[in-house]
Design a protein around this ligand. Structure first.
Ligand code: F1P
Length: 350
């Protein structure tokens, strides 16, 4: 099989996969799954490893913004090593949500065991199921089959599902409608920007940094992780305005600075990107609507033009980093389907 064929197929399959997941969610009775865990009375604690941890952060940002409740995200290892950080008081009602594509990652399974021992009910969100399903009383298993080592459609589908649940709690039917409109919107964007990202990836970079703020920050984190996994290049992520506080000293013409620009913080965030261009960096701008100066100055400018609430756009911001990672890997002669040193699941011995 051609290098990267599996991963690229899975990236391009996302409109179809989202449609399938939304169809499943529309038919699902959420009441027995989460009905008694209203975020106004329970703190939702999203847990995962790697890509699933960034997904946990994006889900927590969505719950905090859409519902009146509080939500947090933690890597599974943190709960195992520092449980006091997570369970500060017996009085706080928490509802953990364990996220794992494979349902097979050791640290996540160990957290499931720990929660069972403490008698804390939790929800598992997964694509494959596996042991996690057997340890869970409540499971949301999505119809996503992903063969690739790196997570692409599984990330976006599980995030769409968790956003769907948050919107249901918040009684925001228009948000659910917005999620339903994403597959068609992405179908239209892929033929426009897919080839542009591929072309852009023919350049080589010494360093890569992705910037974002708010709910887009975990999406920038996952973008950087995709670049690392698929192209074995080191890539970092920062809150956009933090980039001025030191990191900008890496900027040169061989450094890619990518910004996922929010609508809320557009003025302040785009000023950082324009400044990095002035310092000689290569810039990539992704925004829902681009201002003329950013469109002019960026080396690659992607305009999503989605007519949905800002928070419902998260998954569409990620597609371009998924593609960029794969194409950078291919340009380096690597196989993004089989990233160096990585396996599909991290299983710890003992
Ligand atoms: C989590 C994960 C992936 C990563 C790698 C190893 O998997 O860390 O994010 O790309 O392949 O596993 P999972 O718990 O969601 O299956």
């Amino acid at each position: 099989m051609e290098h990267g064929a599996k991963t690229l197929r899975e990236i391009y399959s996302q409109p179809e996969v989202w449609r399938r997941c939304l169809h499943t969610l529309d038919r699902l009775d959420l009441e027995p799954l989460v009905g008694d865990k209203d975020p106004s009375t329970h703190e939702w604690l999203f847990v995962g490893c790697g890509t699933s941890y960034y997904l946990a952060q994006a889900a927590a940002a969505t719950f905090t913004t859409l519902t009146a409740g509080t939500a947090r995200a933690m890597p599974a290892s943190e709960i195992l090593l520092f449980p006091k950080l997570v369970f500060p008081s017996e009085r706080t009602a928490i509802f953990p949500v364990l996220i794992s594509r494979s349902g097979h990652t050791s640290e996540v399974l160990q957290v499931a065991e720990l929660l069972r021992q403490r008698g804390i009910e939790f929800l598992s969100v997964t694509c494959d199921g596996n042991e996690l399903t057997r340890l869970s009383m409540r499971t949301l298993k999505l119809p996503v089959t992903e063969e690739s080592t790196v997570m692409t459609s599984s990330f976006t589908s599980m995030l769409v599902a968790l956003q769907y649940i948050a919107a249901r709690f918040a009684k925001q039917n228009e948000f659910v409608d917005a999620l339903h409109s994403l597959p068609t919107a992405l179908d239209e964007l892929l033929p426009i920007y897919g080839p542009q990202v591929e072309q852009f990836a023919q350049r080589s970079f010494d360093d890569v940094a992705f910037l974002a703020q708010g709910a887009l920050y975990p999406i920038a984190s996952e973008t950087a992780l995709k670049i690392m996994e698929s192209s074995s290049s080191y890539s970092q992520f920062f809150h956009t305005l933090e980039f001025r506080h030191g990191p900008k000293s890496i900027v040169s013409e061989k450094v890619l600075v990518g910004a996922l620009l929010s609508e809320t913080g557009y003025k302040e965030e785009s000023a950082v990107l324009l400044e990095m261009k002035d310092l000689g960096g290569c810039t990539l701008a992704i925004a829902n609507q681009l201002s003329p100066e950013v469109r002019r100055s960026a080396d690659l400018a992607i305009e999503l033009d989605l007519r949905v609430p800002e928070l419902a756009r998260l998954v569409v911001y990620l597609i371009w980093g998924q593609l960029l990672g794969s194409h950078l890997g291919l340009r380096k002669g690597l196989n993004p389907d089989a990233p160096r040193h990585l396996s599909r699941v991290v299983t710890l011995a003992g």
